[in-house]
Design a protein around this ligand. Structure first.
Ligand SMILES: [Fe+2]
Length: 185
């Protein structure tokens, strides 16, 4: 009898590859708007570009040009959290700290990128936007583990909606609610 197998615990999600309609348009979005570094382009019958957050990473995101893109549309890309189509709901991109997150929100707003949804989770403060193909992008910073690790479930459930436009969309409250384990309460 062969030894039973079992799934190993993953170290985490390593990278994501998206099929895109217009690789130049998506390139500008992932570099100029989100701040990723372009590492490599390969074009062997299918053009792919690789991006990383910085040293220590080979790539976090890659994009691939689809052969038969949908016809160009004048409609701005839209995204809603509600699941409307099969596939990726959103990709979460973490910025290193609160300061970087706030600077990133100001950069998006200055470039007229609409905030589809903004709010505070128990473990991240987040803004959701659409990439040029309408894929959801969650721009976030992680709160200190001390505030959410005591009760991850309640931290995940917590959501406080916040303004999406104007100066109020760039304000962030650092008085984080702390989620403690039921035993500790
Ligand atoms: Fe998320």
């Amino acid at each position: 009898m062969a030894e039973p197998t079992r799934a190993q615990r993953p170290a985490g999600v390593n990278h994501l590859v998206l099929n895109v309609a217009d690789i130049e348009r998506s390139h500008r979005f992932y570099t100029e708007l989100l701040g990723f570094e372009h590492v490599l382009t390969i074009d062997q019958g299918m053009e792919m570009r690789f991006y990383r957050s910085g040293p220590g990473h080979h790539h976090d995101v890659a994009i691939a040009q689809v052969k038969e893109p949908p016809p160009p549309s004048d409609e701005p890309p839209r995204w809603r959290l509600g699941a409307r189509k099969v596939g990726v709901n959103h990709i979460a991109v973490a910025y290193p700290d609160r300061e970087a997150f706030l600077a990133q929100l100001a950069h998006l707003q200055a470039n007229d990128v609409p905030f589809a949804l903004r709010g505070n989770h128990g473990m991240t403060h987040s803004v959701y936007i659409a990439d040029p193909d309408g894929n959801g992008i969650e721009v976030l910073y992680e709160l200190p583990a001390e505030v959410w690790e005591g009760d991850v479930k309640r931290a995940l459930l917590h959501f406080e909606a916040l303004p999406k436009e104007g100066p109020g969309a760039l304000e962030d409250d650092a008085d984080y609610p702390v989620f403690v384990s039921r035993e500790a309460r």
